[in-house]
Design a protein around this ligand. Structure first.
Ligand SMILES: Cc1cc2nc3c(=O)[nH]c(=O)nc-3n(C[C@H](O)[C@H](O)[C@H](O)COP(=O)(O)O)c2cc1C
Length: 442
């Protein structure tokens, strides 16, 4: 204790900390389905709460609707598909029939609009859920809440929401958003506060630093309660704080298991500090073949048309972004072709020329299933997968790998019936549901 007081009689904080590091136990919280259990350890700094997500016992598998292009090879028109509504319908119906939990629709200026495509596909499928992005800053939270409720209603409760704050300032300026990274997340925080309260039925008057509403309302409530599930995929500290406060599912792109494990612990701890618990998901490509050799040959083939100039162009674009998630993805390969297996069976070749999700699990069905189970052991329960071309690979993955995974009963054979609960009758003066009027009169 003596070196904690310096020669001027002041408390030496560093020494205090050192003492605490060696002496005091840490509280580790293991987050499981419905409860938190506690364990102690002496390996971490005093007072730090480490939340360790419980292993996922079962997995939900989602597929991907390639609204920014599809084909047999990356970065070429050779073998490219006409990504028309009939083709996207084929993919959605395949995913529906094969029993995928849902599909992710990407968002941004490189994509067809995800809300419009999801609205077109939903009536053509029966059980498939649609993970569609809301982008705080691009629309008001009230409009986004109304769109969410409507798509949830007309799809019979099949809407999932992906909260995308955005990580490319150049693209965002093109959309009319001139805020920096921190301001964008401040907007996201306010946006989700309003969006959630409106969808829970509040008549809301609210004033924030960036956003305000006066007597905001959603008159047609969503089918899912309290609102369609919120997914979120930012990796920065600001993003993780917003996720911890608001969302249900925290998503990561497909980093190696060690990095994913650390990130999930940080997110789980941030949520635990707010008395909340997150579920976890991962976004990966898959290249599955009957043998490992065939799978690696398919990976090589996928980037066989990619030249160095195209890789350099992509690296330059990634470098202008302020997305921490993109930085972590790009760092896996650094633009080099020669070190692409960044963890066993995890291949970063896709990321050489594709923004966002840039890694693929490569191998035979048993190997890929085993690698997925490694992520499940870290707490991952949702897998959002894709493969090129997306129609054939949706079949291949489901046929070869579904039987090897502990699937939740919502993947493979989901069956639900959700009915509309009103309001019924035409709105009075664009404002009052008839049932509310009837109640007021009685
Ligand atoms: C699974 C997943 C899907 C995402 N989808 C999109 C997308 O469709 N469009 C987009 O612009 N950003 C997308 N993102 C990016 C993030 O939502 C986020 O805006 C970006 O990474 C910047 O946040 P960060 O700096 O906190 O990482 C996605 C991220 C993940 C993990």
């Amino acid at each position: 204790m003596s070196d904690m007081i310096d020669k001027n009689g002041k408390l030496n904080k560093l020494s205090c900390l050192r003492e605490r590091l060696t002496a005091a136990p840490v509280l580790a919280i293991r987050l499981s389905g419905n409860c938190m259990t506690f364990a102690s350890s002496t390996s971490r700094p005093f007072g730090e709460t480490i939340a360790v997500p419980a292993p996922a016992a079962q997995a939900n598998i989602l597929w991907f609707i390639p609204t920014h292009g599809d084909g047999c090879y990356l970065a070429t028109t050779e073998g490219a598909r006409d990504v028309s509504l009939p083709y996207l319908t084929q993919i959605a119906q395949a995913a529906d029939n094969l029993g995928y939990y849902g599909v992710l629709l990407p968002t941004g200026r490189s994509c067809e609009d995800s809300w419009i495509v999801a609205s077109a596909l939903a009536p053509l499928t029966r059980r498939l859920r649609y993970l569609v992005a809301i982008r705080p800053g691009l629309m008001t939270p009230t409009v986004a809440a109304r769109m969410s409720a409507t798509l949830d209603r007309i799809s019979g409760g099949r809407l999932l929401i992906n909260v995308v704050t955005g990580g490319d300032p150049v693209e965002l300026k093109g959309e009319g958003v001139f805020l920096d990274h921190a301001e964008r997340y401040a907007v996201t925080d306010e946006f989700l506060t309003i969006w959630r309260r409106l969808l829970q039925g509040e008549n809301l008057t609210w004033q924030g630093q960036h956003l305000a509403v006066e007597d905001g309302r959603v008159l047609y409530p969503p089918v899912q309660k309290p609102y369609p599930p919120l997914y979120f995929g930012g990796s920065s500290p600001a993003g993780i704080e917003v996720a911890a406060e608001h969302v249900d599912h925290y998503l990561t792109w497909g980093e190696p298991p060690a990095q994913v494990g650390e990130k999930l612990q940080v997110a789980a701890a941030a949520a635990a500090r707010k008395g909340r618990r997150l579920k976890f998901g991962i976004r990966l490509h898959v290249i599955v073949r009957e043998t490992n050799e065939e799978a690696w040959a398919a990976a090589d083939r996928l980037i066989s048309r990619v030249d160095d100039a195209t890789i350099a162009l992509a690296q330059k674009t990634y470098a202008r972004m302020d997305s921490e998630g993109q930085r972590r993805m790009s760092a896996l390969h650094g633009g080099r072709r020669d070190q692409l297996e960044v963890a066993p069976n995890l291949w970063a070749g896709v990321g050489l020329v594709r923004g966002g999700a840039g890694t693929a699990l490569v191998g035979d069905p048993e190997t890929v299933a085993a690698r997925m189970k490694e992520y499940m052991a870290l707490g991952i329960e949702s897998f959002i997968l894709s493969g090129y071309p997306h129609l054939e690979e949706a079949y291949r993955f489901a046929e070869l790998v579904f039987p090897l995974l502990p699937l939740a009963n919502t993947t493979g054979r989901g069956q639900r019936e959700i009915r509309n609960e009103g309001p019924f009758g035409e709105m009075i003066a664009n404002d009052v549901p008839p049932a509310e009027r009837a109640r007021a009169q009685s």
